[in-house]
Design a protein around this ligand. Sequence first.
Ligand code: URA
Length: 233
Amino acid sequence: MKLVKYLANLGYGSRKQVALMFREGRITDAQGEVLYADDPLDHDDLRVDGEPLDPAPGLLVMLHKPAGYTCSTKDRGRLVYDLLPPRFRLRSPLLSTVGRLDRDTSGLLLLTDDGVLLHRIVSPKSKLSKVYEATLANDLRGDEAEIFASGELMLESEKMPLLPAGLEAIDPRHARLTLHEGRYHQVRRMFAAVGNHVEALHRSRIGGLGLAGLPSGEWWILGDGDRAELFKA
Ligand code: URA
């Protein structure tokens, strides 16, 4: 790929703006040697205003989403993209959220610009479990674990019953739920179906990956080791 297009795709500006950056001598190699738009592409050797480039395409980001942020590029209010460097929102292909968390749900959210990886994570074939910690308005009744594990629970306006899900009661008002699918507002609707109400919801794990102490509102880039963890059963 030509350098101008490559840098524009990483969010450094429109092709016109990036072409101007070349003419201004702002694009160099690691030794400070000015580069030209038709020079060969070497991501690790490129510098913009002396700074190494943002990560190459094929990015997988873990974000500890706080409650109150929406998984969207353009809704009103606070967006998960507001927590990332501004250029990350301008990348092409887009850095998309892997599934969504409701605005009021906190916890582990993945974002990637790699469509194949995204589909692999969300595909039922990968069997990646998702673990949620729910704070409930009412005490657990005691029959929820059996109902959720049955594989027969039908949520309103769904055509298929839910896959069996695991419930662990932490105390009467706190439950840990392990799901193997991701339907719209699934956890909140499951508890509504058993006469309860979710007051707060937090996702703590996807597959073998947890937040590992990542503070709320912060993000980091996942490497090959983390990716392997993610796909561990
Ligand atoms: N289930 C929900 O109800 N909300 C989420 O954000 C995720 C799972």
